[in-house]
Design a protein around this ligand. Structure first.
Ligand SMILES: [Mg+2]
Length: 401
C-alpha cells in the first residue's frame, strides 16, 4: 500500500517537472520573439523616418478614384436633356406654372394655388417622398433618414416626431420604390422633378392650412401624372420650341454618336449640320425602357410625314433617324457592346446605372450639383438656401465608371 502511494507521488512529481520545463521553454521563446518584434519595429520605424514626408495636399484639388483609357473606347453616346442640352432656370418655373394650371383646369384643384410662385431654392434632387405619410426627406445610401431634412408640406418635421413615425430612422429596402421594390418611398431623382417637389409641398401645405382632408398618395399621383403629361403630350416641348423660334422637325424626346435628341434643340445649340457629328440618331428612346425592355423595335422616322414608318429595321445607317427601339437590337445591329461604349447622361438610374450594371457600358455622369461642391463661387445656387436645400447635404453621386 505504502509503495503504491510513493509511486503515485513520484509520477505526479515527474509530470509537474515536465510541465515546468515546457513552460520555461515557452517563456524563453516569448521573450525572444518579443525582442525580435521590438527590433523589427525599430528598424521599420527608422526606415519610415528616413522617407520624405508626404507633401501637403491641395484641399481644393480633384482626385480621381477610377481610371478610364479613352483608347479603349470606340463609341460615344449621349443622352439629350441635361446632357447635350441644358436649360435655364426658367424651365422649372414653366413646368411649375403649366402643372398648377393643369391641376386646376383638369382635376379641379383649388384656384388659390394659381397664385403660388415657383421657389427655385426649395428643393434639391434625390429627395424621397413617402406617399403614405406625406413627407419629403433625404435618405442616405444605407436607407437611413437624415434627420433635419424631413418636411410635411413646407414645414420641417421635428426629429422626435420622425423617429416616432418610423420607429427609428431606418427605412427597410422593401419600402423603397426603386430597383428593389414597389414600396411607398418614391425618389425624385430627375432634374425635371424639382418643380414637382415644390408643387407637391405647396399644395400639401395649402390643404393643411385650410383643414382640407387629403390623402398624400392621391396628391402625389395627381401631380406626378399631370406633370408627366406635360412632357408626353408635347405641351412642354411646344412651349420650349416657341421660345426658341425655330422650325420643329422631330418629336421632343431623348436622342444617341449615337445620341438620343430633339432636332430643333440641336439646331439651336449646334447648328443645322449637327447630324454630321453623329453616326446614329435615335428619338423617343423612352429610357429607362430602352435599357430595361427588349421587345420594342426600332422604326425609321419619316421626317416629312413626322411619323414612324411601318417597315422593319434590320440595320442602322448614318443619316437615318430611328424611333424608339431597345438596347438589345442596338447591340445586335451595331456590335457596340460592353466597355467599348462610353455613354454620357445625367440620370443616375436610367442613364448611368442601367447601361453600366446591365450591359457593362462605361458611363460619364453629368451632375450639375457637383459644381456647388467643387466650385461654390460659380454660384449654381444661392448662398442663402432655405428649407430643404439648406438642410440637405448634397449627395455627391459616385460616378459609375
Ligand atoms: Mg437627361
Amino acid at each position: 500500500m505504502a509503495a503504491t502511494i510513493v509511486r503515485r507521488c513520484l509520477s505526479r512529481a515527474l509530470k509537474l517537472q515536465k510541465v515546468s520545463r515546457v513552460f520555461d521553454y515557452v517563456k524563453r521563446s516569448y521573450v525572444a520573439s518579443k525582442m525580435e518584434m521590438q527590433d523589427l519595429y525599430n528598424q521599420t520605424k527608422a526606415a519610415a523616418e528616413r522617407q520624405q514626408p508626404m507633401p501637403d495636399q491641395d484641399p481644393e484639388a480633384i482626385f480621381s478614384n477610377n481610371e478610364l483609357s479613352l483608347s479603349d473606347v470606340e463609341v460615344y453616346g449621349f443622352d439629350y436633356d441635361y446632357t447635350l442640352a441644358t436649360y435655364t432656370p426658367e424651365l422649372h418655373s414653366l413646368i411649375f406654372n403649366l402643372g398648377k394650371e393643369a391641376l386646376v383646369r383638369q382635376l379641379k384643384y383649388p384656384k388659390e394655388i394659381l397664385d403660388y410662385e415657383y421657389d427655385t431654392d426649395f428643393a434639391v434632387r434625390g429627395l424621397h417622398f413617402d406617399t403614405k405619410k406625406g413627407l419629403f426627406m433625404k435618405i442616405d445610401q444605407f436607407h437611413n433618414i437624415q434627420l433635419g431634412t424631413v418636411y410635411r408640406g413646407l414645414q420641417p418635421v421635428a426629429d422626435k416626431e420622425v423617429i416616432t413615425l418610423y420607429e427609428g430612422t431606418h427605412i427597410p429596402m422593401t419600402n423603397m420604390n426603386s430597383f428593389y421594390g414597389v414600396g411607398q418611398m418614391h425618389q425624385m431623382i430627375d432634374l425635371f422633378a424639382l418643380p414637382e417637389v415644390t408643387l407637391i409641398s405647396q399644395i400639401i401645405s395649402y390643404f393643411i392650412e385650410n383643414n382640407i382632408c387629403y390623402d398624400p398618395e392621391y396628391v402625389f399621383y395627381d401631380i406626378r401624372n399631370t406633370v408627366q403629361s406635360l412632357h408626353t403630350s408635347g405641351v412642354l416641348h411646344d412651349t420650349i420650341m416657341r421660345g426658341l423660334a425655330v422650325s420643329d422637325n422631330f418629336h421632343y424626346n431623348d436622342l444617341f454618336f449615337f445620341a438620343v435628341v430633339s432636332d430643333v434643340g440641336m439646331k439651336y445649340m449646334v447648328g443645322s449640320d449637327w447630324r454630321d457629328l453623329f453616326d446614329i440618331v435615335i428619338v423617343n428612346a423612352r429610357k429607362p425602357k430602352f435599357f430595361k425592355e427588349g421587345y420594342r423595335p426600332f422604326r425609321i422616322y419619316d421626317e416629312d410625314k413626322k411619323a414612324p414608318e411601318w417597315g422593319p429595321v434590320t440595320s442602322m445607317r448614318k443619316g437615318i433617324v430611328y424611333h424608339q427601339g431597345n438596347h438589345i437590337e442596338l447591340q445586335k445591329m451595331t456590335g457596340w457592346y460592353g466597355p467599348k461604349v462610353l455613354y454620357f447622361g445625367d440620370h443616375v438610374y436610367s442613364d448611368l446605372a442601367d447601361p453600366s450594371l446591365r450591359y457593362g457600358w462605361r458611363t460619364g455622369a453629368i451632375i450639375p450639383e457637383l459644381e456647388v461642391s467643387v466650385c461654390p463661387e460659380r454660384h449654381y445656387c444661392k448662398d442663402t438656401r432655405p428649407a430643404i436645400r439648406k438642410n440637405v447635404q448634397l449627395t455627391v453621386n459616385r460616378e459609375i465608371m
